[in-house]
Design a protein around this ligand. Structure first.
Ligand SMILES: [Zn+2]
Length: 189
């Protein structure tokens, strides 16, 4: 759909972020499928981000969720053999900073291995909790902003060694029924 019109990195990230907000709004309301209300959220946010009247929020909210989630694997909820998982691999410049770290159990950690987070998600064939996808998107946006990549064409980035995979940034999200916001909310249900 709108994907055809997307040419640069900035718009791709904005479009993904708007889709994520759409998915979030549907999951939050326990919807079976997407409706007009959700599509309006996506359209308004995408437009607002593009014309600069809206912004991608900081990682603050996600950090709050992380603290509330506590010491459990952020992928599956297990509290067994936890380690800190780097969202952006250190090998590609991922930082040892809170924004780049979440708890993961050994099973998830070794299943992910050296894979990019989105690559791993595709490999597993199941969508990650939205809070993790959002964190990945925000990290990608911040990185691109810092290194002046936002106005580049998407294809230009494919030649660079980066801590994320631009062509794997999700621009469509599955049915809300198959999504969760965070693993702790899932446990509470
Ligand atoms: Zn786990």
């Amino acid at each position: 759909m709108a994907k055809k019109k997307i040419e640069n990195v900035r718009e791709l990230i904005f479009y993904s972020y708007a889709n994520l907000a759409m998915a979030h709004s549907a999951v939050e309301r326990n919807q079976e499928k997407y409706g007009t209300f959700n599509y309006v959220i996506r359209a308004k946010l995408f437009k607002g981000l593009k014309d600069g009247t809206m912004n991608i929020r900081t990682i603050f909210d996600d950090e709050k969720i992380k603290i509330q989630t506590g010491k459990i694997c952020n992928y599956c909820g297990s509290s067994d053999k936890l380690a800190l998982d780097h969202i952006f691999p250190q090998k590609y410049g991922g930082l040892d900073a809170a924004e780049n770290l979440i708890f993961a159990c050994r099973t998830r950690n070794s299943s992910k291995g050296k894979k990019d987070l989105m690559e791993w998600m595709l490999f597993k064939g199941e969508f990650l909790p939205l809070m993790i996808v959002r964190r990945y998107l925000k990290l990608t946006f911040n990185y691109c902003k810092e290194y002046h990549l936002l106005d580049k064409k998407i294809d230009e980035l494919e030649l660079l060694e980066l801590p994320f995979k631009i062509h794997l940034i999700p621009t469509s999200f599955p049915n809300p029924k198959s999504l969760i916001l965070s693993i702790s909310e899932n446990i509470k249900k």
